[in-house]
Design a protein around this ligand. Sequence first.
Ligand SMILES: [Ca+2]
Ligand SMILES: [Ca+2]
Length: 646
Amino acid sequence: MPLSTKHNILLAEQLCLSLNMLKTMKVARYSLKSEVRNPNVERNPKPENRITRLAREFALTLARQRSILSGLRISGFCLPAIARAAGRVSGILASDFFRVSAIRISDFRPNPSPITRQVYVPQAVLTGLLGLLGLLVLLAGAETLRAGNLYLPNASFAAPVVPETNPYAVPDMAAWEKSAQPAWYDPSQNDDTPWADLMGTFYNVPFPGEYIDNCDGSQAAFIFALPGAAIFQDYDSLDDASTNASHAFNAKFNVGRSYNLTVGVIGGGGGMQPGATLQLSLYYRDAFSNLVIVAATTITNSTTMFPTNTHLVDFQVQTPTVQPGDAWAGQNLGVQIASTVGFDIPGGYWDVDNVRLVEEIIVPNYSFESPVVPEVNPYAIPDLAAWEKSAQPAWYDPSQNDDTPWADLMGTFYNVPFPGEYIDNCDGAQAAFLFALPDVAIYQDYNSMDDGSTNASHAFNVTYTVGKAYTLTVGVLGGGGGMPDGATLQLSLYYRDDFSNQVTVAATTITNRATLFPTNTHLVDFQVQIPGIQATDPWAGQNIGIQLLSTANFGNSGGYWDVDNVRLTEVVAPQLSHPVWLGGNFNLTLQSDPGTHFEILGMPCISSPPSDWTSLVTFTNTTGAILFSDPAAGLNQRFYSAHQLP
Ligand SMILES: [Ca+2]
Ligand SMILES: [Ca+2]
């Protein structure tokens, strides 16, 4: 038998010993929980000692294992893992993103917070300008975690401006269309009040007892609680002042995304009856231009719901993830706020404000709440809905590990409310565990398949979209089960190439240490970021994959990771574009997620010291595309940077 083979067998035996130890520890951990939960069970007087003892023994095992490894230098068992890791790393280095992200604004400017990353935007169109005018556009985008805001015109009812005189209200409402006068309404029976006057905009008068304390801006809208009174907005809607649709609201139901509408509402105004209803909805228009509701929330007036008339209460509408077969997939999205009161209890008015619309990506089983883990010992199961587990590697032999299947090294657990064990920021009641052993991983993409399925559900159907930036955030807890310092977990975003290989687009490696995870009861968020997808990226248009991979080696393996709350956000990647000279001034357009705040900085040359950076303007990019015109004249050269503000 060759020497290397003998070493490998020896190594495998040591590893199996470690695995058995781990398993014992895991059982011990869960047994402890069960003892505490069941007072009828006779408890070990000092149960912690079992853990301490096991941890010490495990540490000894690891020490022995490490000494073997150091003698081996390179183990044949490790090679596949190393090769795979190397493949992933080369995938990262090949991307422009990492070269670009190496340029940090802190090189140029003191106190860079919150700038942490720059995207370099000398587009092809700018190259000509460089030669001609000596101008270069440089962009810095901050990392802000949120869903993608969608621009909704006049979402806060700031237009038109209402005169600050009695009655502090006008029927005008920019951007919003009003419902047509229904057959039953007769203005002559209502003091000649036009139907259109039943919906409008008002000034938040600062009178005691009337002033809305959480109004966004100084205006809001009112809708009378009469059957059929409604305001709505979509691609083709038309406000009272317009004769042609502006098409300014151009959001669509995109496959793989879901939509969340939030509206601040006050009920009860003007003697509104309890039981009067207001419906918030997201809709699309069918082939006959009918409004077809995709998701809706009905608010029922009560004094419990609205104890005061001076505080808006947020209500939400949430759509399911848009599927390719949905009738609304790819259709324009509409927002409607409608009085749905019956003829039995009409009267009064609703106040509404601050309509917020976001596009979200919901990762299937992102919080590991499925399947439900029984609340009995051991409070953990190997099942994981929606997530696929890594295949059993060649080095792992269940028969050498108490017949423990490889698949049992990844699973779901119930967050047992036991002092010292209860994760205080767990999302929901469950999380997932991954043993800190080489090759242990869970992942999800368009074609992945969980243990309980025989066909891919394709439920996670999100592609890398050109011009968008992505952030993956995962709550992670290291150190469990005596995990040694130095054990690593890799979070990554990938795509599958033509051969179905997982190719990493961006990754973050978490290295276990006590300073990073001071307790075993608090998840810490880690992120993976892709600042922007370029049309030339091989992954542009490809389906997104998410992987959580233990990258421990045989020298630092042991213990388990807890993970929870996998969030993937997609926003418009900040970009400076369309540089033009107009009337002797340099103009450029900043594209970004709508509603984000920026500062435009200028510097005389790209290597200018921080002291030479000049703040030119700060603004909110309300629509998602804003024109900046540099007031300075006679410039020969200036470099620009967009600095995203909190
Ligand atoms: Ca407002
Ligand atoms: Ca959870």
